[in-house]
Design a protein around this ligand. Sequence first.
Ligand code: GLA
Length: 724
Amino acid sequence: MAEIIREGNLFHLRNSRISYILLVMPENALAHIYFGRRLRWIDSDQVLRSVGSGDTYCFTTQECGLNLLPQEYPSFGMGDQRIGALRVENADGSSAADLRFVSAVIEAGKPALPGLPSTFGENCQTLKMTLKDQHSNLQAELMYTVFEDCDAIARSVKLTNLSLADMKITGAMSLCLDLSDDKWDLITLSGSWARERSVYRRPLMPGHQGVSTQCGASGLQQSPFLALARKETNEHQGEAIGAALVYSGNFLAQASVYQNNAARLLLGINDADFSWALAPGEAFQTPEAVLTYSCEGLSGMSRQFHTLWEKHLLPRRWVNAHRPVLLNSWEAAYFDFDEEKLVSIAASAAEAGVELFVMDDGWFGHRDDDTTSLGDWQADKRKLPGGLGHLADRVRALGLQFGIWMEPEMVSPDSDLYRAHPDWALHIPGREGITGRHQFILDLGRKEVQDFVYQAVADTLKASRAAYLKWDMNRNFTNIGSAALPCERQRETPHRYMLGLYAVMERLVKAFPDVLFEGCSSGGGRFDPGMLYYVPQFWCSDDTDALARCRIQYGTTFFLPPSAMGSHVSAVPNHQTGRITPLETRFFVALGGCFGYELDPRKLTREEQEEMKAQVRYAQDTENTRLHGAFYRLLSPFEGGDTAWISVSRDQKEAVFTYVRGQVIANTPPALVKLQGLDPDKKYTIQETKETFGGDELMYSGVLCRVGQGDAASLRYTLKEAEA
Ligand code: GLA
């Protein structure tokens, strides 16, 4: 049961597996006591004495005791010299803040965060702590939620100016976690376009380490996530703490080690180019951050994230709904198509059993390449003489659903929209605009721009009656300035942009609840829990090469669930790497997420077309296990050439196991891979080989992975509980 217990000054959040404990100190400083496995009770004194001399805990605010105290929401300038969670610019120009506990309330359920994506749920409890700086009259409300069905704590902070003077927030983290030791490895996910989310693990060191973005999005290069793992922690054993930000803009995720080996985690909006003016009475709400805890290794930590997002964040309408097997036109045709060609591709896809045909970029304005027309969302009559509705009807007549691509946040300099509203693009007056992929970014902080974007998308959905929309975003922020904001508020532009984007998404998903939205940002560039509140799936990467995808998808699962990863079979030689991999391997890897195709099925051989039919059927039959089962990473492509994972249905009756051997090396024995998550007392039959094994044997001894010759050889086993 999720519960929050108050014992005097001690606040204990727990479910049956984890505890999170805070303590109000004698001078009303708020100390962090514990986060980890569930405790029945705690001698709070002991933890605090461990940071002092051992006899008494060295805490008085006058004597700079804050420098040692593990804190919940530390600030700068009043005794703690570590990097704090809060930075302000007071009316008197100083930057000190000193938050002291005032009051606390405990509520059932979980309030939403106005204007921001956040977790929700009924079987949870929420603690609201009010703190105040008596000198400046800045108030902080710290909100904590503990969930019943997953081992996660959700946190956020609301800052309110209760003074009569203006002040500024210059940094407000969503989460701070002070840990009493630094014997942890830090894990982050980093990469670039076409190689998102590689896994990096290194020991914590004195000083600062972490990741951040300033590109206006969570970004291709970093993810708003970090994990701490004990030295001995592997995928299945050992302690791990995960932290993730429910936000899609600039972020900072940092782990620091200070004196006495104390470690501090910070996670929130990147304060590098941020400030927020608070007039008297105004408030600032941070995005939500979540902490997960696992003593079942890193896969265990990931499963906590998967459960949290699936039960408490992803859109209710879609999370468990069937995700149609789709074929996307991008790698099949790029910009080079007309109605006849699309219908012919769609007809071939329909033959194979595909359920949804998606027309990607190139259908509007006069967009024959990426230099033009973003913002002019009317069908290009040269390519689609009958308009959107006509094409969509023809696709539907083939028995397919129709889906469409848009990049609504952008404007091409060569567009009617830009000619009419040049000031709608983010810009700094007098500075030359810098394009990215030949385009500018619309200033979504402005209400009239939000309305335009909403209307453009709504009109497109109405004209086509599309069942699906791929929402793309393909460039980094530059020239960050808004014509709608005064000088002293310019540094609010990136966050106001995110609030505007979320407002538009909120309106759209409400107005079109049955449209499946898939996010995209040059592939997986804004693939984060913030976007997943609105879009249940996200195009994982523009790299569709099977071996590259092993790495990308493997890393992605550290904090995002298979049900959110768009994952398609593409043609060979692969368009991003030139590599030729077996169709079977491309298929097995694409089964790791929301399954589809990114190729021209007319160009497949007859045998391949037959294979495609069987693939679609298999993907449909195993969807629930693959997307919503318990997910275990088994072999890491970052630690050897091979990759393996398994998804086990919640009732442990079915599992899909995937093994991909990266590079063949002559005269090496086949891998014996130990499976996870099965019932040791059950017997399972491998459907592909008809062999039956005990769950215990498959997990404790392993399954033999005998694959054919050549690089990127693979196998996939479907395990079903054997008939008694
Ligand atoms: C981005 C996306 C691709 C495709 C193109 C279209 O690169 O990631 O999937 O939609 O844009 O221009």
